[in-house]
Design a binder for this molecule. Structure first.
Ligand SMILES: Cc1ncc(COP(=O)(O)O)c(C=O)c1O
Length: 390
């Protein structure tokens, strides 16, 4: 392998949210941060080269996304997901979160209802509320091993104020890669009740074998006309700091309404380095990406094995995708606040608290394994020591 994911990269003193805020967040410098969803790996070399080359032209004025940018995006999705995207459908956004915000603003009125399947990526709550809408929760069903969508409940909570459902696919934090059948069921319910599907597919590339990601709108033309797909290279290529994403809308009417909203939010030109990095990643990044998936797969195996053999009181909900693991801590017999203190103050490990992801998240922690195995081992050994003392 050309790239070493094993290398321990020192990210301190780089204004890094994960590593440079440890003291501020946890009150103690020894905590290992394993929360926010970025990776501790150096980026793919051709991205660095493309940015360096652009920088040699030392004028950084307003820029636009050239045809080669669209070609790179289109061929990545075709090759990876057999999804046919046309250039006109692709709308640049400075991130998936700002994109989802503009989507909610474009298609809802204050008081409308937006469905979230919880526990789910927490900023969705804020985006819905900030737009004056109401979050309606359709909690996922957990059988102690795996999460499923509750289709029956979903159908029962839809009202004439329900405008959209935000689908997290793959699902952060529970790690599900929704199957085509599940997506079909969901899509049929939404079409029957005229509910728009906003599918956040930012984690689509981080899938473990043998699972397979299905782009929601690739299922049928009817689904494509009733959905918006939110994508970005940010997770796959670890370039979240460049704030670059693509919101993909086939339906022409929805696209026009979204354009009006982007204009209202003054989202016009991309960041010069974001667009260049994205084009380089999607054009040249496949080998690096394959190496990344090999490394993450080994990290996952190592972590599953460690919990099973050495910390069986904590149950890892086996993920099908994403580098974010969902740890069921019910058997530690603590309340939510003690659980948080246990990991931070005793184990000195900084996970995301499950309660931030909504209903039924209280007894869980979210662990990011996109880091060197040495760091994972250190964190797991700290947890093992403290669990053994309980
Ligand atoms: C499901 C999901 N959507 C969106 C984002 C953030 O996207 P962006 O940085 O492009 O706004 C994340 C980051 O963790 C995420 O997990």
């Amino acid at each position: 392998m050309m790239y070493s994911f094993e290398k321990r990269v020192d990210r301190s003193n780089s204004n890094c949210i994960k590593w440079d805020t440890v003291k501020e967040l946890y009150g103690c410098e020894e905590v290992i941060p394993m929360w926010i969803a970025d990776m501790d790996f150096e980026i793919e070399p051709s991205i660095v080269k493309a940015i360096q080359e652009r920088l040699e032209h030392s004028v950084l004025g307003y820029t636009f996304t050239p045809n080669s940018y669209y070609d790179a995006v289109i061929s990545w999705f075709k090759k990876r997901f057999d999804w046919n995207v046309e250039k006109e459908w692709i709308k640049f956004s400075p991130g998936v979160v700002p994109g989802v915000n503009s989507i909610i603003a474009a298609y809802t009125k204050p008081g409308d209802e937006v469905i979230l399947q919880t526990p789910v990526y927490h900023p969705f709550y804020k985006l819905v509320k900030n737009n004056g809408c109401q979050v309606i929760e359709n909690p996922l069903i957990y059988d102690g091993e795996k999460y499923d969508m509750d289709f029956e409940n979903l159908e029962s909570i839809i009202t004439d104020r329900t405008r959209m459902i935000i689908l997290c696919s793959p699902h952060n934090p529970v790690g599900r890669v929704w199957t085509k059948d599940e997506l079909k069921k969901l899509g049929d319910i939404c079409i029957k009740h005229n509910v728009l599907i906003v599918s956040d597919e930012i984690h689509a590339d981080i899938i473990y074998k043998p699972y397979k990601h299905t782009v929601f709108s690739s299922i049928s033309d009817e689904f494509a006309e009733n959905s918006i797909i939110c994508t970005a290279p940010n997770k796959t290529f670890n370039i979240a700091g460049l704030q670059t994403a693509n919101i993909i809308i086939k339906n022409e009417k929805l696209r026009k309404e979204f354009d009006i909203q982007l204009d209202k939010h003054c989202v016009h030109e991309p960041n010069v380095f974001g667009a260049i990095a994205q084009e380089a990643a999607y054009s040249n990044g496949e080998e690096w990406y394959n190496g990344l998936m090999e490394y993450l797969t080994e990290n996952l195996k190592f972590t599953i094995d460690f919990f099973e053999k050495r910390i069986p009181k904590i149950k890892l909900v086996k993920p099908e995708g994403t580098y974010l693991l969902w740890l069921d801590c019910t058997n530690l017999n603590m309340n939510a606040s003690d659980l948080k203190d246990f990991f931070v103050k005793k184990c000195k490990v900084g996970f995301n608290d499950g309660s931030m992801f909504g209903i039924k998240g209280e007894m869980f922690q979210r662990m990011n394994i996109a880091t060197s195995r040495e760091i994972i081992k250190d964190a797991l050994e700290r947890i093992e020591r403290e669990v053994n003392k309980l």
